[in-house]
Ligand binder design. Structure first.
Ligand SMILES: C[S@@+](CC[C@H](N)C(=O)[O-])C[C@H]1O[C@@H](n2cnc3c(N)ncnc32)[C@H](O)[C@@H]1O
Length: 265
């Protein structure tokens, strides 16, 4: 199975392919030390200014509607602001705050989340989650999917829906027009953040790419995507519930008797 595809999707036009870049962000470079930290700090300011965290938390809460004492996994947590806001807004949610970078998790452990009674921290790779099936009600991956190559996003879709009933991905909306936001990045975070911000905009995935990767990820993942202001792609991935044995029997009988197969929802 090949996952190699433009981030604008298999049918991406030439200008979208030109817009794409393979350059690494400071956040992804193990040697970038202080620059990685400054880029994360700048992203944090930008997210607060553009109400990015609020968008993520609003969609996460909507996915948790009706679930008592939900268990949530945050993947690629960075500063952990999404987890913090989620805990503030939901009085019974328990959150596992994780990141692939051990230094990021160390910082989370040393801060308020490390002392929070409803928080567990963990070093976890979103593409190979070291946890059994169905441990969480919701996995949240905010502003992180574009850090992964296409095969990594396919793995995130497969793994996120394995360990959690639902996977919420929120990332930037793919559009060259959003490059107009570059001056805002300079103002909110300085050079390392502007560097990473511009690369991010060129690396974010389109809805079409996510649908194509879900179809190839090796698990029966269903996806819904939408645009959310000010410039976010919101995707919810689930797997269909296993069929009840009775339902399978009924479906098979109908097929055997020449009826058209029904969508089993
Ligand atoms: C741009 S920051 C986003 C931080 C935070 N979610 C937010 O919304 O501000 C991306 C984070 O994803 C993490 N990351 C990158 N690759 C990852 C992977 N394979 N698994 C888990 N986290 C990853 C990085 O270490 C970084 O902390």
């Amino acid at each position: 199975m090949t996952f190699d595809m433009p981030r604008g999707g298999p049918e991406a036009p030439w200008w979208d392919r030109k817009f794409e870049t393979g350059r690494a962000e400071y956040i992804d470079r193990p040697d970038s030390g202080e620059k990685c930290h400054r880029a994360l700090r700048g992203l944090d300011r930008l997210q607060r200014l553009t109400l990015g965290y609020r968008t993520v938390v609003r969609h996460a809460l909507a996915q948790l509607d009706g679930v008592d004492s939900p268990r949530v996994l945050e993947l690629g947590a960075g500063y952990g602001r999404v987890a913090q806001r989620l805990l503030d807004r939901h009085p019974t949610a328990r959150v596992t705050v994780s990141d692939v970078n051990p230094r990021v998790v160390e910082r989370l452990r040393a801060g308020p989340l490390g002392r929070h009674p409803r928080v567990t921290t963990a070093v976890l790779d979103a593409t190979d989650i070291d946890a059994p099936d169905g441990v969480w009600d919701l996995a949240v991956c905010a502003t992180s999917a574009h850090h992964l190559p296409p095969a990594g996003v396919a793995a995130l879709l497969r793994e996120g829906t394995r360990v959690a009933r639902r996977l919420l991905i929120v990332d930037g909306w793919r559009s060259p027009l959003l490059l107009a936001a570059a001056p805002l990045m300079l103002l909110t975070g300085g050079l390392p953040h502007a560097h990473d911000g511009v690369i991010s905009l060129r690396k974010v995935y389109s809805s079409a790419a996510l649908y194509a990767l879900a179809a190839r990820c090796g698990a029966p993942v269903r996806l819904r995507t939408r645009f959310a202001p000010p410039g976010c792609l919101v995707a919810v991935a689930t797997r269909p519930a296993p069929r009840r044995p009775g339902a399978v029997e009924h479906h098979d009988n109908r097929a055997r008797h020449g009826h058209r197969a029904q969508h089993d929802g």
